[in-house]
Design a binder for this molecule. Structure first.
Ligand code: UD1
Length: 419
């Protein structure tokens, strides 16, 4: 197991290239199961969740070949089984995304129940209820979801909570169903739109993805295509906060500022100067300290829960007091205890963290507990005095592509060492 050693206090400066979106590529890789011929997926990030998905696909018998420039060619025609085992699903909840495509294309699937995770219970009842409404028989037995169907049938499904992977699973299932499915209260995240664009590139007929009512006209079959995954907006946001927290100036390339409206607005409110073009964002905070900001997480286009921990780090060293309210997950403040080890002044009331900025954080050993919490501890380490050691960084490797190399290229003193 590796850890990261960070010597804080260097204002970051330079350029960094953002990778493809983790949360977009995972459903797209699952969605390749819908096709009847090879699919090329480009701009695939080099992150552990992608390797886990590929391991799952190889175990199902699919053939995968790496191409140039972060591309993968996947041939779904060689599928041998429709089984997703516990040992893979428990390490990555997004494995549940194979359920919809397997059922739609092969009429059967056996997928381990993901179970809880560090940030909350995270049930999959909405995924299962939607598939049942489309005609699937679902039995949950011995920790596994055992699902069967003849051809799924289009249905009108009202989801009682906005769920990103739930929307994606049902969209994939509906794309090969008989008739039209209407998903009400659908998630509007850009990654949902990317998946719909991908399915449409395979010959699907999905309308209005990105709104809360998505219409999916089922088709008889989907064919392979060549698709480029959208840039990672959370990775982008994390590097922007890294620049802001250290009083630096950083140009983020290969990104899309239109995906980050709520995050950019908060960074400007914190005092950063932001400039952007079609595929780049530059943040300048040189010689300044951020002001505290109030945050309330919400489904897109609200402020992303996946950026909440990073803004807690920003508030920890900002001028003034800011409140951060988490409304999406019930237990997403594990980073706060670790910030306190670095000297942060935080008070938690229910689902709100009230953070009063301190003059300086002091380096300490800290432990990563989930993906975005790990990122926030690295950010805190970049600004803390002395040395911060972040342990259990396998969490960060799940979703950030070579983070220490990218930060080092911006001047950060950060090193990966074995335990
Ligand atoms: C996805 C993202 C994750 C992000 C989250 C919210 C991926 C791979 N992961 O996770 O990074 O933090 O969206 O933006 O894209 N819920 C239910 N029943 C269900 C499904 C969800 O009650 O069947 C609840 C969850 O417990 C949670 C809320 O709905 O409280 C939102 O979760 P959801 O949008 O499903 O998160 P994920 O899709 O797992």
């Amino acid at each position: 197991m590796n850890k990261l050693i960070i010597k804080g206090g260097v204002p970051l400066s330079g350029e960094v290239r953002v990778s493809g979106s983790k949360n977009a590529v995972l459903p797209i890789l699952a969605g390749t199961l819908l096709a009847d011929s090879p699919v090329i997926v480009r701009n695939v990030p080099d992150v552990h969740d992608v390797s886990t998905t590929m391991e799952l696909q190889v175990r199902m018998g699919l053939s995968l070949t790496f191409g140039e420039n972060m591309s993968i060619v996947i041939d779904p025609a060689t599928l041998e089984n429709t089984f997703a085992p516990y040992e893979l699903v428990k390490t990555m909840r997004a494995s549940i995304l194979v359920l919809g495509p397997l059922l739609a294309r092969f009429g059967r699937a056996e997928v381990s129940l993901p179970g809880g995770c560090a940030i909350g219970a995270r049930p999959v009842n909405i995924h299962l209820g939607g598939l049942e409404a489309m005609g699937a028989d679902i039995l949950v037995e011995n920790g596994y979801i055992k699902a069967r169907c003849d051809r799924l049938k289009g249905a009108r499904i009202v989801m009682d909570q906005v769920t990103v992977t739930g929307t994606e699973n049902l969209m994939m299932a509906a794309s090969l169903a008989d008739g039209t499915t209407v998903l009400e209260n659908a998630a509007r995240e850009p990654e949902v739109v990317d998946l719909a664009d991908f399915i449409n590139a395979m010959g699907g007929q999905i309308e209005d993805a990105g709104t809360d009512t998505v219409k999916i006209h089922g088709v008889e079959k989907l064919r392979g295509c060549d698709y480029t995954v959208l840039p990672d907006r959370i990775e982008t946001g994390t590097y922007l906060v890294a620049a802001a927290i250290t009083g630096g100036k950083v140009l983020i390339k290969h990104t899309d500022p239109r995906l980050l409206d709520s995050v950019l607005a908060k960074l400007e409110e914190a005092g950063a100067t932001i400039d952007s073009g079609d595929n780049w964002i530059e943040l300048d905070m040189v010689g300044r300290k951020p002001h505290s900001v109030n945050i309330r997480t919400a489904p897109y286009p609200g402020f992303p829960t996946d950026m909440q921990a990073q803004f807690c780090a920003l508030n920890a060293i900002a001028e003034g007091t800011g409140s951060v309210t988490e409304t999406v997950f019930e237990n997403r403040f594990m980073h706060i205890q670790e910030f306190m080890r670095l000297g942060a002044n935080v008070h938690i009331e229910g689902n709100t963290a009230i953070i009063t900025g301190v003059d300086g954080l002091n380096g300490a050993p800290v432990m990563a507990t989930d993906l975005r919490a790990s990122a926030s501890l690295i950010l805190a380490g970049l600004v803390a005095n002395g040395e911060t050691v972040v342990d259990r960084i396998y969490h960060i490797d799940r979703g950030y592509d070579h983070i220490e190399e990218k930060l080092a290229s911006l001047g950060a003193k950060i090193q990966r060492v074995p335990n």
